[in-house]
Design a protein around this ligand. Structure first.
Ligand SMILES: NC(=O)c1ccc[n+]([C@@H]2O[C@H](COP(=O)([O-])OP(=O)(O)OC[C@H]3O[C@@H](n4cnc5c(N)ncnc54)[C@H](O)[C@@H]3O)[C@@H](O)[C@H]2O)c1
Length: 233
């Protein structure tokens, strides 16, 4: 599989900062035609898109304030891609939070892909999608031609990790401290390494493939075991 991203249009949720921002930079450096940054943080998002336009050329990035838990806002982000660039090729479902005190919001942002997948234009417009493996079933792929690829970053230097100890479940003694120790014991990496991995995954990954980027090392693909191989006896 070789997928050329030159001239393609991407939408990145949570793209104002952190790993999402590194994705925009990596893809624009490799010839991406344009990127819609859909993030709930308007101040950072506007600033980020202005800087990307300065660096990579006018209209390479547009920002739209988007809360991914709101279907209408997500749909508006898709519409912005179409009205600005005339198409949408790549969706990167990257927005995420770590705040166990607000676990319902955490689940809604991190795990509920219903809103994303309900947007009909995706099925018509996209040729590539980074989201969730269950949608990579051959049935959907044959119907739409959309690849579903999954990136699993290891510990990567963003506030989500550096401040994780403050946002662990409340009421459990030392949980935040133990979490920080656990995360601190894993090899760290800059956001640019995940972004390099994303580029490899996007340009070479087969539908349904799952990739790991950790410790500043080259990205690698993992095999998810067939459930029949999991039986103990
Ligand atoms: N940093 C890591 O080590 C690591 C490891 C594994 C997975 N991840 C995942 O990678 C993704 C990016 O994480 P990061 O480390 O760059 O975090 P980050 O906090 O630096 O960036 C997250 C971005 O998501 C945005 N966001 C939050 N809630 C949103 C919402 N409701 N709608 C739209 N945007 C929203 C934030 O404004 C922010 O710009 C997350 O899904 C995270 O779970 C990160």
């Amino acid at each position: 599989m070789v997928y050329d991203i030159k001239g393609k249009i991407a939408l990145i949720t949570g793209g104002a900062a952190g790993i999402g921002l590194a994705y925009s930079i990596e893809l624009l450096q490799n010839g991406l035609g344009g990127v819609v940054i859909a993030d709930v943080n308007a101040a950072t998002g506007e600033d980020t898109s202005a800087k990307l336009n300065e660096e990579y050329g006018a209209k390479k990035a547009v920002f739209i304030k988007t809360d991914v838990t709101k279907a209408d806002q997500l749909e508006a982000a898709f519409q912005l891609a179409i009205s600005t660039y005339g198409t949408l090729d790549i969706v990167i479902n990257n927005a995420g939070v770590m705040n166990d005190a607000h676990w319902e919001l955490e689940v809604a942002i991190n795990c509920d892909f219903k809103n994303l997948l309900d947007v009909p234009s995706m099925l018509e417009q996209n040729t590539s999608l980074s989201a969730w493996t269950s949608r990579s079933e051959r049935y959907y792929y044959n119907l739409t031609g959309i690849r579903f690829l999954t990136m699993c970053p290891g510990v990567t230097g963003t506030p989500l990790i550096s401040e994780a100890d403050k946002f662990a479940l409340v009421g459990y003694p030392n949980l935040g401290k133990l979490l920080a120790e656990d995360l601190g014991s894993l090899p760290p990496q800059p956001t640019s390494n995940v972004a390099k991995g994303l580029y490899t995954m996007l340009t070479t990954g087969e539908n349904g493939s799952v990739w790991v980027s950790e410790g500043g090392q080259p990205v690698y693909e993992v095999e998810i075991p067939d459930r029949n191989t999991l039986r103990k006896n």
